[in-house]
Design a protein around this ligand. Structure first.
Ligand code: SAM
Ligand code: SF4
Length: 314
C-alpha cells in the first residue's frame, strides 16, 4: 500500500535517508482496486495488505471495504506493526478485514524501542487485544528472530500461546532491506542469521508437536505445546525452499507486480491502469515469471535486492 512507515525496524529500513517512492508514483485507491478486481476474475481470492505500514495510509478503511466487496474475494487480511491498531481495529473489522498479522519481535519494552527505533510495546500489545476483541481471529504474531538480539526470547514467545489463542510465527531474517550497520549493540552482518533448526532446538524443552495450520498460514509449518490454546509456526525462506508451493503475487505501492520476493523481475501494471484493459494479461505474465526457486544461498546471505523490505511488503 505504501513504503512509508511510522517505525524504522533495524532489519527493514535504515535510520535515515530512506528514499521514499515519490507521492505521484503511488497507486491511488481506485487503481489498487482495479488491479485486485482483475485478479479476482482469474482466480485471486485472498488479499493481504502490507507496506511499509498499511495503517498510516489515509485510505486504509475505504480500501479494505472496497476489496472485501469485490466478487471472488474471500479473505482480506493485513500485516501491521500494531502501533495504530488499538484505535483502528473495530473500524477495520467493520470494513471487512478478516485477520491481522502483528509484527512483534520482543516482549521487552526497551529492546522493542531499540529494534523499531521509535516503537512503544504497550501500544502494540493494546492493538493485539483490540484486534482480538474485534473478532479478527486468529491473531498472528510475526517475530523475526535475530541471533544475539531476541533468540533468548523464543521460549517466552512460545509460552504466550499457552493462554492466548494466538499463532506465533518465528521468521528467519532475510537478506532484503537493511544489510548494513544496525548501530551499537547489534551484531554485524553475517552474525545475525538464526535458522529455524536452531529455533526448534531452543524450543525442544517445551515438547512442541506438529499440528494443523490456522487459516491463511501460507508457508508456515505449525506446532503446538500440548494443551495450549494457540499455535507456533516457523518460516524458513532461506533454509527450507518452499518455492514450489508459493502462489503469491506482490503488488508494489508504485504499481509493479513482483512474482518472487527474492527476484528483481517485475511487471508494471501502469499501462493497464487507465481503463483496466489488458490487466489480466499483465497478471498472467507475472504469474508465468514466477521462478522455480530462488537462488539465495545461506552462505551468501545477500540478496542484491533492488528494493528494501518496506517497498516489497514482507
Ligand atoms: N509494517 C508492517 C509490519 O511491520 O508488520 C508491514 C510491513 S513489514 C515489511 C512485513 C513483515 O516483514 C514484518 O513482519 C517484518 O517483521 C518483516 N520483515 C521486514 N524486514 C525483514 C527481513 N529483513 N527479514 C525478515 N522479515 C522481515
Ligand atoms: Fe515499518 Fe514494518 Fe519495516 Fe518495521 S518491518 S520498519 S514496521 S515496514
Amino acid at each position: 500500500m505504501t513504503d512509508r512507515c511510522n517505525l524504522r525496524c533495524v532489519y527493514c529500513m535504515p535510520a535515515e535517508d530512506v528514499h521514499w517512492i515519490p507521492r505521484e508514483d503511488l497507486l491511488t485507491l481506485d487503481e489498487i482496486l482495479r488491479v485486485v478486481e482483475a485478479g479476482a476474475k482469474v482466480g485471486l481470492s485472498k488479499v493481504r495488505l502490507t507496506g511499509g505500514e498499511p495503517l498510516v495510509h489515509p485510505d486504509i478503511l475505504d480500501l479494505v471495504n472496497g476489496i472485501s466487496r469485490l466478487e471472488g474475494i474471500e479473505d482480506v487480511s493485513l500485516t501491521t506493526n500494531g502501533m495504530l491498531l488499538e484505535r483502528l481495529a473495530p473500524r477495520l473489522a467493520e470494513a471487512g478485514l478478516k485477520r491481522v498479522n502483528v509484527s512483534l519481535d520482543t516482549l521487552q519494552p526497551e529492546k522493542f524501542k531499540k529494534i523499531t527505533r521509535f516503537g512503544n510495546l504497550s501500544r502494540v500489545l493494546a492493538g493485539i487485544h483490540a484486534a482480538e476483541q474485534s473478532g479478527m481471529l486468529p491473531v498472528k504474531l510475526n517475530a523475526v528472530i535475530v541471533k544475539g538480539v531476541n533468540d533468548d526470547e523464543l521460549i517466552d514467545f512460545a509460552q504466550l500461546t499457552v493462554e492466548h489463542a494466538w499463532h506465533v510465527r518465528f521468521i528467519e531474517l532475510m537478506p532484503i532491506g537493511n544489510e548494513g550497520n544496525w548501530g551499537t549493540g547489534f551484531p554485524s552482518h553475517g552474525q545475525r542469521y538464526y535458522s529455524v533448526q536452531e529455533m526448534q532446538a531452543r524450543l525442544a524443552p517445551l515438547g512442541i508437536l506438529p499440528t494443523s495450520s490456522p487459516v491463511g498460514n501460507g508457508p508456515a509449518r505449525s506446532y503446538t505445546i500440548p494443551g495450549a490454546l494457540g499455535t507456533i509456526g516457523f518460516i524458513s525462506p532461506l533454509g527450507d525452499h518452499f518455492c514450489q508451493s508459493c502462489n503469491r503475487l506482490r503488488l508494489t505501492a508504485d504499481g509493479h507486480l513482483r512474482p518472487c520476493l527474492f527476484s528483481r523481475d517485475e511487471v508494471s501494471v501502469r499501462e493497464a491502469l487507465p481503463s483496466g484493459a489488458g490487466m489480466i494479461d499483465l497478471l498472467q505474465t507475472a504469474v508465468a515469471l514466477k521462478p522455480a526457486g530462488h537462488h539465495l544461498e545461506l552462505s551468501a546471505l545477500t540478496s542484491n535486492s533492488n528494493r528494501i523490505m518496506c517497498q516489497i511488503g514482507g
